[in-house]
Design a protein around this ligand. Structure first.
Ligand code: ATP
Length: 361
């Protein structure tokens, strides 16, 4: 089912938590809301579920206005970070519970529970109590309980945050596979950029109650529109330099060799930024910078301040006068105190808005 969120606001007293969010989520889409603590992700999700009512705006599910509908009329299932399992019930009974409330026939209930448990690899564990399960297994029981009644929409709020890093990685693939196979429209809330990148069809990056950018994971990574998105996604984050547009549509910054020619689309975007309150930035991902010999043509000489060998990649922190930035490269022999050349391929430089700028998506 498609979900339409139309200019939705939420205020708690004087506190503005969601500031006019609008987005169309497609039928069967895996949509992730990503942002730091307090940006309004959970509140937005709870409004879709009907657990919170908007101060203004409209929420439709499958074309029907659901803004003020009771949660039970929305055909939505939710899973949270605290699994909320009943400790005295077996796995079977936990998963069966939503069906029992709906007074389904006993045999029908058993069939659905076994079917869902099988899909989630819980077939062998049906007679155990939650205390006899690992964290990952408990999480799967919680998902099974949410999915057993075949909801049309699935809402998940940081469902993996209680798990250790390794299990999180396994579970995120399992969840994604499962809901994709079932074709359920899913909204998933997280503050973890890797989780968002790995799972989402589209990511909404949220800050201070706004969806700052809504796009596919790679679009958000490759073409962040604002400083907030550029710095929130990517580790280390994108290098950003205050920039100006020169006649002819070239963008330059304090490092003369870092220059970029605007294409048609970027020109319109840059005009929007310049019209706004904020400034224009030129950005480049650390792994797009190329290390060359000091003095090489087209390269900018930089002083190596710190080298972090991480195994798979190496971070080289450099400075050019007062300007500091980071390069991600393969293994290197460069060490602190060396001078290296740095090349910024023009086509990989990006125009980014400072966050005060007005940017529409
Ligand atoms: P987190 O990742 O920490 O859960 P979030 O992005 O999901 O953050 P929300 O839970 O939506 O953020 O909360 C947004 C803001 O609204 C926070 O400042 C929070 O304190 C406030 N808030 C949430 N619920 C209420 C409430 N019932 N009454 C008053 N303020 C609330």
């Amino acid at each position: 089912m498609a979900i339409n969120i139309d200019t939705v606001y939420k205020q708690f007293g004087a506190l503005k938590v969601v500031n006019g969010v609008s987005v169309d989520i497609k039928d069967g889409e895996f949509f992730v809301m990503l942002g730091p603590s307090g940006c309004g992700k959970t509140t937005t999700l709870r409004m879709v579920a009907g657990l919170e009512l908007p101060t203004a705006g409209r929420i439709s599910i499958d074309g029907a206005d659901m803004t003020y509908a009771e949660p039970r009329h929305r055909d939505i299932a939710m899973a949270f970070q605290d699994y909320g399992l009943y400790p005295n019930m077996t796995v079977f009974k936990n998963i069966e519970f939503p069906l029992k409330i709906r007074k389904l026939d006993v045999r029908e209930r058993a069939r659905k529970v076994e079917d869902t448990a099988e899909k989630l690899g819980l077939g062998e564990l049906l007679q155990r109590k939650p205390s006899q399960l690992s964290g990952g297994q408990r999480q799967r029981v919680s998902l099974a309980r949410a999915l057993v009644r075949n909801p049309k929409v699935f809402l998940m709020d940081e469902p993996l945050s209680n798990l250790d890093a390794k299990l999180r990685a396994v579970m995120r693939t399992e969840i994604k596979k499962l809901v994709t196979n079932l074709g359920i429209t899913t909204i998933y809330v997280t503050h973890d950029q890797i989780e968002a990148m790995a799972m989402a069809d589209r990511i909404a990056v949220m800050s201070k109650g706004n969806m700052v950018q809504v796009a596919s994971p790679l679009e958000v990574y490759d073409r962040p529109k604002t400083r907030f998105v550029a710095e929130f996604i990517g580790s280390p984050p994108m290098n950003l330099f205050p920039a100006q547009i020169k006649a002819g549509g070239t963008v330059t910054c304090i490092l003369p060799n870092f220059a970029h020619s605007l294409c048609e689309e970027e020109r319109a975007f840059a005009a929007q930024i310049v019209d706004g309150k904020g400034g224009l930035l030129l950005g480049i991902r650390p792994e797009h910078l190329v290390v060359a010999k000091a003095g090489a043509q087209g390269a900018t000489d930089a002083l190596v301040e710190l080298v972090e060998p991480l195994g798979q990649t190496t971070n080289i922190y450099v400075s050019v006068g007062d300007v500091r930035f980071v390069i991600v490269t393969d293994r290197t022999t460069a060490k602190a105190g060396d001078t290296i050349g740095v090349v910024a391929p023009s086509d990989l430089l990006r125009v980014v808005a400072n966050d005060d700028a007005v940017v529409r998506h």
